[in-house]
Design a protein around this ligand. Structure first.
Ligand code: IPM
Ligand code: MN
Length: 356
């Protein structure tokens, strides 16, 4: 089985190195090949998603991705910016189903910015549609404003749209995920304002007929944002569009104390997937050896579980992560008095040791 390793920018290479080390410490051996992506891709061959990198990802059984982006690329034309690499991979590989679990490990109950009684035991899953919505909708651009009080001025515009089949397939992913968990699904929309999301709500309601064992409710996105910080444990699985999912998943991630802990999976219709930490490239701490590698290590576990069918190995990694947390080892993002502060590499080594 072949894994494409795409470390990317900022802290990406440091954290991916630790995840690869953990994979190499398993009984199974995987063929791994590394390629540049994001700013690193731009430096190497003038494009954030070099053709050879895309081909490697297409030919692999799974992709382990670090993070992309650095302020120094902010002035490049949009098609050359690092973020285009991850957007291009999602689109080219058809990775429409994004699973973002937000789990609060008991050891980190005090790391959350919310009171422990609000968040302890938190275990929610955000299912974000990843290849549609205003992120990819055409037309988009800057043009002359055709009407209204600003007629004749320049205006920026994007297009929000969702095809029926696009909504149906992500709804199926979400209902099936809910069936394997608490059997409750909240579909998040803005049906009170947007045509696209009234349509979304209608289609999700229709798909629900095939999953009578799952309780479905609908929530406007503004209310969902509020409920996430008011009573987050009321949620089980949330399904929503690309942009709302982007925003809500960052909020949900922070409930757990550190976005540095959260993995994610982006899957196509056949469970081929790209796995990446939910956090970004954090250029401010890149190269300092202090980044938390656990989100990437846990992403590697998700990869074993969903794409490579190595459930036992995935369980082993997740157990090892729990063990190092129980041992009191903490990177700086989750450090608190009474625990032991460790760097990126020490944390990776501790997970390898805990596998045994
Ligand atoms: C994410 C990121 C990306 C997104 C960016 C880097 C394009 O924020 O994966 O959540 O908006 O999807
Ligand atoms: Mn995001």
């Amino acid at each position: 089985m072949k894994i494409a390793i795409l470390p990317g920018d900022g802290i990406g290479p440091e954290i991916v190195t630790q995840a690869v080390k953990v994979l190499n410490a398993l009984d199974e051996q995987f063929e791994m090949e590394t390629a540049p992506v994001g700013g690193a891709g731009y430096e190497a061959s003038g494009h954030p998603l070099p053709e050879a990198t895309l081909k490697l990802a297409q030919d692999a059984d799974a992709v382990l991705f670090g993070a992309v982006g650095d302020w120094k690329y902010d002035t490049l034309d949009r098609p050359l910016r690092p973020e285009q690499a991850i957007l291009g991979l999602r689109k080219h590989l058809g990775l429409f189903g994004n699973l973002r679990p937000a789990i609060l490990y008991p050891e980190l109950a005090n790391a959350s910015t919310l009171k422990p009684e609000i968040v302890s035991g938190l275990d929610i899953l955000i299912v974000r549609e990843l290849t549609g919505d205003i992120y990819f909708g055409q037309p988009r651009g800057v043009r002359e404003c055709p009407d209204g009080p600003f007629k004749g001025q320049r205006e920026g515009f994007d297009t929000m749209r969702y095809a029926e089949g696009e909504i149906r397939r992500i709804a199926h992913v979400a209902f099936q995920a809910a069936q394997k968990r608490g059997k409750r699904l909240t579909s998040v929309d803005k049906a009170n304002v947007l045509e696209t999301f009234q349509f979304w709500k209608d289609i999700v309601t229709d798909v629900h007929q095939e999953y009578p064992d799952v309780a479905l409710d609908h929530m406007y996105v503004d209310n969902a944002a509020m409920q996430l910080v008011r009573a987050p444990k009321k949620f089980d699985v949330i399904v929503t569009g690309n942009m709302f999912g982007d925003i809500l998943s960052d909020a949900a991630a922070m409930l757990t104390g550190s976005i540095g802990m959260l993995p994610s999976a982006s899957l196509d219709a056949n469970n081929k997937g790209l796995y990446e930490p939910s956090h970004g490239s954090a250029p401010d701490i890149a190269g300092k050896g202090i980044a938390n590698p656990l989100a990437t290590i846990l992403s590697a576990a998700m990869m074993l579980r969903f794409s490579l069918n190595k459930v036992e190995q995935a369980d082993r990694i997740e157990a090892a992560v729990k063990k190092v947390l129980a041992q009191g080892l903490r990177t700086v993002d989750i450090y608190e008095a009474g625990t032991t502060k460790v760097g990126t590499e020490e944390m990776g080594n501790a997970v390898v040791k805990a596998l045994a």
